[in-house]
Design a protein around this ligand. Structure first.
Ligand code: SF4
Length: 196
């Protein structure tokens, strides 16, 4: 993400409201499947889901996530930024090393996301098995989190979320932003976004 990147001018724009709308639809789809399967995250520390591997590919989500920091008190916000900077440094030193691999997203405080309303799509859809119809007509499947697979899978063997419409609409949003900005967005991890 570039410095000074339209943070202020992006808020309240049509992109902002379309992203919120899309997130609301994802949340509704996720909730429906959660209710159907009795799945919940109560008691989970989120360490598996809130990993350092989560990569954000769209500018609109990066800005929205970063805006989440602005809603926090200064102490919490600076703790997240400091910890994110440490995680980024761990990655630079050794991306395969334990310091990096074992880190948990800096926004995770005792299993709770400090920027929950601003979390990206990858976080919103985590946990429940899914599939995606790719443009080349192949269908890709993804498993649920360990908790889902161990405790909920056997009673819900066919339960999946179709992520295709969400991915498609997110890609459409990104394409519009690329056209407007005249450049592609460099993909970044959550730490790289929050540390910046
Ligand atoms: S943004 Fe929130 S939900 Fe996403 S990985 Fe970080 S703590 Fe977890």
């Amino acid at each position: 993400m570039d410095s000074g990147d339209n943070l202020a001018c992006f808020s309240g724009t049509v992109f902002d409201s379309r992203l919120k709308e899309l997130y609301a639809e994802m949340d509704a789809a996720y909730e429906a499947v959660s209710i159907q399967s009795n799945f919940n995250c109560i008691g989970c520390d989120g360490a598996k889901c809130c990993s350092v591997d989560l990569i954000i590919h769209t500018f609109v989500e990066m800005v929205y996530l970063k805006n989440g920091l602005l809603t926090l008190d200064e102490n919490t916000s600076s703790r997240i930024q400091k910890r994110s900077t440490e995680i980024v440094t761990f990655k630079e030193i050794d991306p395969s090393g334990g310091d990096y691999r074992n880190s948990v997203c800096a926004a995770n405080f005792d299993g709770k996301c400090a920027i929950y309303q601003y979390r990206p799509m990858i976080c919103r859809l985590a946990g429940i098995p899914h599939f995606i119809h790719r443009p080349d007509l192949t269908k890709i499947y993804g498993p649920g989190c360990p908790r889902f697979e161990n405790r909920f899978r056997s009673s819900n063997p066919l339960l999946q979320i179709d992520r295709t419409p969400f991915y498609r609409r997110m890609a459409e949003l990104e394409m519009e932003i690329i056209k407007q900005q005249g450049k592609r967005t460099q993909s970044l991890t959550i730490s790289e976004i929050l540390a910046n």
